[in-house]
Design a protein. Structure first.
Length: 395
């Protein structure tokens, strides 16, 4: 189904839009709607296709098979995420950062990338990792504490997860500057959240990328809550408008619309490859679950807000479009459900079969040439470990 929208015809970007914010009436959390003219949207929450003269060209050639592929990606990513949350609750993982509600932003942007593009994630980009071919069990190994990531970043151009908030944007900017100096036509993308957008590292990344015209896309998933702080505590203007002060474009996209995220990211990556410099993409979405499994979101936000965003669910949105367009039948959804359950079983079995790491590995690579203090600590730890064996032998 297709509708027309004046908002869709005129997406607003910070570098080419209105200057200044003095006198602008601030919208509140309860009044902002999906028809916000700042928002690029190609699929409404009801699954209707919105025409957009500027971005249609990036997705008009998409086939029914590719649409089903996007849906499959989101469903399997959500299934994996739910399994990881359950495993943490069962004591199998130390912690888990859920992506629930952010599947469209991650799958749409992830599928916009070429193999030779390089990704710098934070710690919640499980959907992007899926698109880059990283085995989900490797992600779980890190949260179980048995590895430091478990994959080779150069094997699929997907860097290890970054726990330090915002620092990966500096890594991405430096890497992109190197790409430009090498004369390559690939691009770099850095993922971060709305909370990280207030970090000094991010501002510094914006400065360097703009001055050196680095081929980098800054992809901010604005899920509206930096743990317990709402976005209103981060900025007095929409986050995408921050790019204006650094001299490059910013665009806000409906982060629950996988087609819009795909199209806008393709556009931003194309700019980067063409030597036009950085872009800030703000994917306006919502974290439906907790910040991590150690968090209780009911202490700082109400059910009304969450329920309103559940009505904009990114997976249900695409399913409605597929069904209305006759691009998927009951057989497809049934097969996907079977595949989803199989993924859940594989993840459970793999996590529980992971061997414990070498207890003495923590003493390796602390200093390049070794250190007397580390040797002393290693010996003390060895004696501590041996005490358990002695105790067992005594019984």
């Amino acid at each position: 189904m297709t509708v027309d929208s004046s908002a869709a015809r005129k997406p607003r970007r910070s570098a080419a839009g209105k200057a200044g914010t003095t006198g602008t009436k601030r919208t509140t959390r309860t009044t902002r709607k999906s028809t916000d003219p700042e928002l690029v949207q190609l699929l409404t929450p009801e699954g209707e296709r919105v025409r957009n003269a500027e971005y249609d060209g990036y997705v008009d050639g998409i086939t029914p098979d590719e649409l089903r592929g996007l849906y499959r990606d989101m469903v399997l990513t959500r299934r994996f995420d739910a399994e990881a949350t359950a495993l943490q609750r069962q004591g199998e993982l130390g912690l888990w950062a859920s992506l629930l509600g952010q599947e469209a932003a991650q799958i749409g942007s992830g599928r916009a990338l070429r193999d030779d593009d390089y990704v710098f994630p934070t710690y919640r980009e499980h959907g992007v990792a899926w698109c880059r071919g990283v085995d989900p069990t490797n992600l779980l190994g890190m949260f179980r504490g048995v590895n430091n990531g478990g994959w080779d970043p150069n094997g699929n151009n997907f860097h290890l997860y970054t726990i330090v908030i915002g620092s990966q944007t500096l890594h991405a900017t430096g890497y992109a500057m190197g790409v430009a100096k090498d004369g390559a036509d690939s691009a770099v993308i850095a993922y971060f959240g709305d909370g990280a957008s207030s970090q000094g590292d991010v501002a510094e990344s914006f400065t360097f990328s703009a001055v050196y015209n680095a081929p980098v896309v800054f992809f901010c998933q604005n899920n509206q809550w930096a743990i317990s702080e709402p976005t209103e505590k981060q900025s007095r203007v929409p986050l995408y408008q921050r790019a204006q002060g650094f001299g490059f474009p910013g665009v806000r996209v409906d982060g629950n619309d996988v087609l819009a995220c795909l199209a806008v990211t393709k556009w931003a990556l194309e700019r980067a490859r063409n030597g036009e410099g950085p872009t800030l993409v703000e994917a306006y979405t919502y974290r439906m679950g907790a910040h991590t499994t150690s968090d209780d979101p009911s202490r700082y936000r109400g059910d009304e807000e969450r329920l309103a965003w559940e009505a904009k669910d990114p997976i249900l949105r695409l399913r409605r479009f597929l069904e209305a367009s006759n691009h998927a039948d009951k057989g497809f959804f049934a097969e996907l459900e079977t595949e989803s359950e199989a993924l859940g079983r594989r993840v459970r079995e793999a996590v529980r079969a992971m061997p414990d790491p070498d207890h003495f590995a923590i003493f390796e690579n602390v200093y390049a040439d070794g250190h007397a203090l580390v040797d002393e600590e290693r010996a003390q730890f060895a004696a501590y470990q041996a005490s358990f064996a002695d105790a067992e032998g005594g019984h």
